[in-house]
Design a protein around this ligand. Structure first.
Ligand code: EPU
Length: 422
C-alpha cells in the first residue's frame, strides 16, 4: 500500500491549480444514463471514485473512456438498453454509486441497486432518496441487501415532495429521475450545494426543463427524452479549500488558481477570522498565513454553511492557534476520526459527541499516522506539512479517492512530500 512521506516545517510559496470536482463529476456522469448516444464530460478529475463509477456504467453496458487528446475529458456511449444493476462489489467501495438509481428508474422503469451500508463517517441512510422516488411513482422493496425498484405504470409521474433532511446526492438522484417523468415536479428543502447547481446545468444542456437548482426549491417539467451530454464540471471546491488552508498555515503564501471565490465564502470567512490574509487575484484566491492563527468557533452545516468536508482540514489550522476553538459537526455523527491521529502529532483535542475542543499548541511534531477517510487523510497531509520532522501518512488509498496526485501539486510549492509505493 502506498504511503505519503512529508518532511514538514518548510514554507509553502507559489500557485497550485484546482482539478474538476469529484462530487460534481459523479452525478453528471450518472446523468449520461438518461440519454442514448455519445456523451462528453470535460474537466473530470482522474480519481479512484470516478474510475469506480466508470466501472459501474461499464458493467451496465455503457462504454466509458478518457479522450486521448485530453485526459480530463470522458467520453461515454450509452446504448438503448442497459443492465439496470449496481452490484454490491462496486457500491461498497463508493456510496455515490447510488446516483444511478434515479436515472435507471426514469429511463428503464427498473433498477436493482445494492444498499450502501454504513461508512466510516456515519450511518448515511438513503431513506430520503427512496421516499422521493416512491412519491414519483416507483415501487421499492428492500431485499437481500438490494433496493429493487420498478415503475408499475412504466413512466415516473411528477409530484410535489419536501425532503425531511437536506441531502446532496438525494436531491441529485431525484432531479435526474424527475427530468424524464411525466409532468411537473416541485422539490422542496433541497440541498443547495454548487454540485447540485452544476448537475442542473448539465441536465438543462441535455434538454431538461429544470429551474432553481442550487436553491432550496427546484422545479422540473419532465420531458419524454433527452439528448446526450456535453458539459464541463465545476472546479473542486473542497480540493481548493484544502489548498487554501495550506496557504493559511503560518509562514505560507499560496495562490489557488481556478477556485471559484463564491463557493468558498464560509471557509474564507473563517480563514480571515484566524488572521490569514485572503485576496482575490486573477483566476483564483491568494492566502497568506500571517503568524500564529487566532482561535475561532466553527459549526458545519449544509451549503452555504461551513462544509463538513472541510472540517478536518480547518481543525489542523486550529490545532496551531493561540487559544481554544470549538468545532461542532452537525452533518455526520462520526466525523472526528482524524482527532486521534492529530493527537499523535502533538495536538490537544478533546471530543465530546459532536463537539471537538481544540486547544492550540505552538507546534506539531511529525509521526506515522493512519488515514481513516478521504477528508481526514487530507487533514493529515496538511498537519504533516506544518509539523516539524517526518510524517508518514498511511492508507493513502482514501486520499486518492478525492485528490488528484496531491503530492505532485504540493511539491512545486516547496513542500518536501513524496509518495512511496508499496
Ligand atoms: N441523510 C439522511 N437520509 C438520506 C440522505 C442523507 O438522513 O436519505 C443524512 C445523512 O445521514 C447526513 C446528511 O443527511 O447526516 C447529509 O448527507 P448527504 O446525503 O447530503 O450526503 P451525501 O449526498 O451522501 C455528499 C458528498 C459528501 C459530503 C456530503 C455532505 C457526494 C458524492 N458526496 O454526500 O462528500 O460530505 O454530501 O456535504 O456528493 C467527500 O467528498 O469526502 C464526501 C463525503
Amino acid at each position: 500500500m502506498d504511503k505519503i512521506v512529508i518532511e514538514g516545517g518548510v514554507p509553502l510559496r507559489g500557485s497550485v491549480d484546482v482539478s474538476g470536482a469529484k462530487n460534481a463529476a459523479l452525478p453528471v456522469l450518472a446523468a449520461a444514463l438518461l440519454a442514448e448516444g455519445e456523451h462528453e464530460v470535460r474537466n473530470v478529475p482522474d480519481l479512484a471514485d470516478v474510475r469506480t463509477l466508470g466501472k459501474l456504467l461499464g458493467h451496465m453496458g455503457a462504454e466509458v473512456a478518457r479522450a486521448e487528446a485530453d485526459r480530463r475529458t470522458v467520453r461515454l456511449r450509452v446504448p438503448a438498453a442497459v443492465t439496470p444493476e449496481a452490484p454490491y462489489e462496486l457500491v461498497k467501495t463508493m456510496r455515490a454509486s447510488v446516483l444511478v438509481l434515479g436515472p435507471l428508474l426514469a429511463r428503464w422503469g427498473k433498477a436493482r441497486v445494492s444498499l450502501p451500508g454504513g461508512c466510516a463517517i456515519g450511518a448515511r441512510p438513503i431513506d430520503q432518496h427512496l421516499k422521493a422516488l416512491t412519491a414519483l411513482g416507483a415501487e421499492i422493496r428492500l431485499e437481500h441487501g438490494y433496493v429493487n425498484a420498478t415503475v408499475p405504470r412504466g413512466r415516473l409521474r411528477g409530484t410535489v415532495f419536501t425532503f425531511d433532511a437536506q441531502t446532496v446526492t438525494g436531491t441529485e438522484n431525484v432531479m435526474m429521475a424527475a427530468a424524464l417523468a411525466e409532468g411537473e415536479t416541485v422539490l422542496r428543502n433541497c440541498a443547495r450545494e454548487p454540485e447540485v447547481k452544476d448537475l442542473g446545468d448539465a441536465l438543462v444542456a441535455m434538454g431538461a426543463l429544470v429551474e432553481g437548482a442550487g436553491t432550496d426549491e427546484i422545479w422540473i417539467e419532465g420531458v419524454p427524452s433527452l439528448r446526450p451530454l456535453s458539459h464541463a464540471v465545476i472546479p473542486d471546491r473542497i480540493e481548493a479549500g484544502t489548498f487554501l488552508v495550506a496557504g493559511a498555515l503560518p509562514g505560507n503564501d499560496v495562490t489557488v488558481r481556478g477556485c471559484v471565490a463564491a463557493h468558498q465564502e464560509a471557509l474564507v470567512e473563517k480563514l480571515r477570522a484566524v488572521g490569514a490574509e485572503v485576496t482575490k487575484v486573477e483566476g483564483g484566491l491568494r492566502v497568506v498565513g500571517d503568524g500564529r492563527p487566532r482561535p475561532v468557533d466553527v459549526r458545519t452545516a449544509p451549503h452555504p454553511g461551513f462544509p463538513t468536508d472541510m472540517q478536518a482540514q480547518l481543525m489542523v489550522l486550529l490545532c496551531l492557534a493561540d487559544g481554544t476553538s470549538r468545532i461542532t459537526e452537525t452533518v455526520f455523527e462520526n466525523r472526528f476520526m482524524h482527532v486521534q491521529e492529530l493527537i499523535r502529532l502533538g495536538a490537544h483535542v478533546e471530543v465530546d459527541g459532536r463537539v471537538a475542543m481544540v486547544k492550540g499548541v505552538p507546534e506539531l511534531s511529525g509521526a506515522p499516522v493512519m488515514a481513516s477517510d478521504l477528508r481526514a487523510s487530507a487533514a493529515l497531509v496538511l498537519a504533516g506539512l506544518a509539523a516539524s520532522g517526518t510524517t508518514e501518512v498511511l492508507r493513502v488509498y482514501h486520499l486518492d479517492r478525492g485528490y488528484e496526485r496531491i503530492e505532485e501539486k504540493l511539491a512545486p510549492l516547496g513542500a518536501r512530500i513524496r509518495r512511496v509505493r508499496g
